[in-house]
Design a protein around this ligand. Structure first.
Ligand SMILES: C[S@@+](CC[C@H](N)C(=O)[O-])C[C@H]1O[C@@H](n2cnc3c(N)ncnc32)[C@H](O)[C@@H]1O
Length: 394
């Protein structure tokens, strides 16, 4: 037992120094989670889970009130000071904050006094706030009514984007989530901000995939100054495009960001020189033709196979045979032992979009139907999204 305790403490010290490679870090979290599950009495573990929504509710409410930013800005702050700054009842703030101090999201150095820890600081940042807002505001009503919805629909796998758990939970007209959000700036903004943060701390593919060796240094596929090097298909606010451009700035070629009009025409969106912003609807419009690389992250997982094939057609029809690659970044679910995060992400897809994450077999089926050859599946370090390199079939 002493040895075990010692091993756990050494791992904790290593983790605190931030010296663990990504794959090992995730494996250790999974092992530690299993240990906690085994140490907990089963009924206590389940009790904790059933009360868990209160944590997310408290976080969402305090975020709306700007409490995390206030704690970070002011250092130690009392509930009375927070009440004055937010116009919320002092006792209500104390009750909400009690949950988050117990859960470790906020420090509590004294009675009714709060201070920031690393989690509080993260909650005060724009991308993390976007994540909490989008997942809470876009998903929780659907989750709350999903068991009832599934019972009513005879436990069929939801697959209709405009008429599924989201529309049932929100009691909305029959439009998909993206159409629903288009005239709701606050929700739209939360989601676009969330897309910027949706990798969490997981490394970007440009840092772990051999982009240069595998894609950019191929002398048989030259890219000149006027050619298009990289098209981000539905790239949101261009965060992935900018990461790529910054990392490989020595390579010539143009960059194009495609997304819906209200996303790319947003006046606050500035991407600097060398990036063209193009509005499009991927069900109707083709992307810019003849690019060396087309990149699509978290797009296919939003849609059914049928709709994905329409989107893919609008890309494959302008790809150059033997030259263009379509890079898909999405989860590649393993056949067994799926990590918890992608498994839960799959449920978010069901709740919000009647869509799903895919296994390698499902990817092969879909991409083959789209006329694409799979050059390789590349699993990520840890539990993040993988990369699928494709090209037009010969
Ligand atoms: C899950 S987000 C992914 C964004 C980005 N690729 C990323 O991973 O951060 C889906 C993107 O698809 C865009 N989108 C949704 N429906 C679309 C449509 N019909 N045509 C073009 N883009 C669309 C959204 O605006 C959003 O930016």
């Amino acid at each position: 037992m002493t040895n075990l305790q010692h091993a756990i403490e050494s791992a904790a010290a290593l983790a605190a120094n931030g010296n663990i490679p990504e794959g090992q870090r995730i494996a250790l979290i999974e092992a530690a989670t299993k240990l906690i599950t085994a140490l907990q009495k089963p009924e206590d573990a389940i009790t904790k889970l059933t009360y868990w929504p209160s944590q997310f509710m408290c976080m969402r409410t305090l975020l709306e009130l700007g409490v995390f930013s206030l704690i970070v800005e002011r250092g130690n702050v009392t509930s009375a000071e927070l009440a004055e700054a937010t116009n919320a009842d002092k006792i209500l703030l104390e009750r909400l904050l009690r949950v988050l101090t117990a859960a470790g999201y906020v420090a509590e150095p004294d009675v009714s006094t709060y201070a920031a820890n690393a989690l509080t600081k993260a909650l005060a940042t724009r991308p993390v706030a976007g994540l909490v807002e989008a997942i809470f505001d876009g998903g929780m009503k659907s989750f709350a009514s999903l068991p009832e919805y599934l019972e009513k629909t005879g436990y069929k796998n939801p697959s209709e984007q405009a008429d599924g758990p989201f529309q049932y939970g929100f009691n909305t007209p029959k439009v998909d989530l993206f159409t629903y959000m288009a005239d709701k700036p606050k929700l739209q903004n939360s989601f676009q901000t969330f897309f910027e943060a949706d990798r969490g701390s997981r490394p970007s593919w440009v840092d772990w995939f051999p982009v240069k060796e595998r894609l950019l240094d191929d002398a048989t596929k030259p890219v000149r100054e006027d050619d298009i090097l990289y098209v981000d298909v539905a790239g949101g606010r261009g965060h992935d495009l900018l990461a790529f451009k910054q990392k490989f700035s020595e390579y010539p070629g143009r960059y194009v960001l495609h997304d819906l009009p209200h996303v790319v025409n947003d006046k606050t969106l500035s991407l600097g020189e060398g990036v063209e912003k193009k509005q499009f609807n991927f069900f109707q419009d083709q992307v810019m033709p003849g690019a060396r690389l087309y990149y699509m992250k978290f797009i296919m997982h939003d849609w059914s196979d049928e709709r994905c094939l329409i989107i893919l057609k609008n890309v494959t029809s302008v790809m150059r045979k033997g030259y263009s690659n379509l890079i898909i970044e999405d989860f590649i679910l393993p056949p067994t032992g799926c990590p918890l995060l992608p498994a839960m992400w799959d449920m978010e897809m069901m709740a919000m979009l009647s869509a799903m994450e895919r296994s390698e077999i499902q990817w092969r089926e879909l991409l083959s139907k789209a006329g694409l050859e799979i050059e390789g599946f590349y699993p990520p370090p840890g539990d993040g999204t993988g990369i699928i390199v494709t090209s037009l079939k010969e």
